[in-house]
Design a protein around this ligand. Structure first.
Ligand code: ADP
Ligand code: ADP
Length: 228
């Protein structure tokens, strides 16, 4: 059975429909690209799958839980323990150093400062930015900041990483490098990734593409034209 499974998701913002009945499945360790033009509902779908946003109708199952109807507290705990999130920008806390930023999820999870820092340094090292441990985001390049953000999104070893245009603020080459590094580490960890993108080059790295159009899965399945 799939790790994460949504069925018949419907979501509107007032009168604006964003999702009109979306079905999607994410397998254990699978990398699925959610693609489509701006405004087609990609971010809304991601937020519903991650339990950040409650859909108006439909179900979201994670393993043996129906998360769509769980309390905000239960979903917040799930996001802390099982899920990771990665966005385009504005995610690092500017007042904190790279090591402090990456250690943050561990500290929230009750780790000691010393252990959290040790593991944070390990993760910074995995993305080649250990030397930035005591540097604040303002003094880093965009690629360096995003590598730190990637390290932070994985430090809790999530089962699923939700990534919304994670390389959208970087130049093409840096974006592809960061994404390739992210995917290698995710594969080793067995972390599934739901990757929202409108960029065919980025989507081409996925195992599978789910193309959205006007809040529904494109039945032609052609999307950006990758995968099987
Ligand atoms: P995408 O990520 O594909 O650009 P979104 O999920 O952000 O699509 O948006 C889907 C639709 O919902 C769009 O018409 C968008 O304008 C609308 N929308 C998204 N978020 C909000 C919001 N917070 N309030 C009102 N409308 C929203
Ligand atoms: P993305 O396509 O990555 O979601 P957007 O610029 O569409 O980026 O959305 C950024 C934020 O603005 C999101 O939190 C989204 O929910 C919100 N948003 C998007 N469209 C609208 C809208 N029409 N009205 C209000 N908020 C919106």
């Amino acid at each position: 059975t799939p790790l994460l499974q949504a069925h018949g998701l419907v979501k509107s913002y007032g009168q604006t429909p964003a999702l009109r009945g979306v079905d999607i499945e994410i397998g254990e360790g699978e990398l699925v690209a959610v693609t489509g033009p701006s405004g087609c509902g990609k971010s809304t779908l991601l937020h519903c799958l991650a339990g950040i946003l409650r859909a108006d109708a439909g179900s979201v199952r994670y393993r043996d839980r129906e998360i769509g109807t769980e309390s905000e507290a239960a979903r917040a705990k799930l996001r802390r323990t099982e899920f990771g999130v990665l966005f385009q920008f504005g995610q690092l806390v500017p007042e904190l150093t790279a090591a402090e930023n990456v250690a943050l999820p561990l500290l929230l999870g009750g780790w000691t400062r010393r252990e959290a820092r040790r593991v944070a340094l390990l993760w910074l090292g995995r993305f080649g930015v250990e030397e930035l441990a005591d540097v604040r985001p303002g003094a880093m390049s965009g690629g360096q900041q995003q590598r730190c953000a990637v390290a932070r999104s994985l430090v809790s070893e999530p089962r699923v990483l939700f990534a919304d245009e994670p390389t959208g603020a970087l130049d093409v080459l840096t974006g592809e490098q960061v994404l390739t590094e992210l995917m290698q580490v995710a594969r080793l960890q067995g972390t599934a990734i739901v990757l929202v993108t409108h960029d065919a080059r980025i989507a081409a790295y996925a195992d599978r593409e789910v193309a959205l159009r006007d809040g529904a899965v494109d039945p032609t399945g052609l999307g950006l034209g990758i995968g099987s």
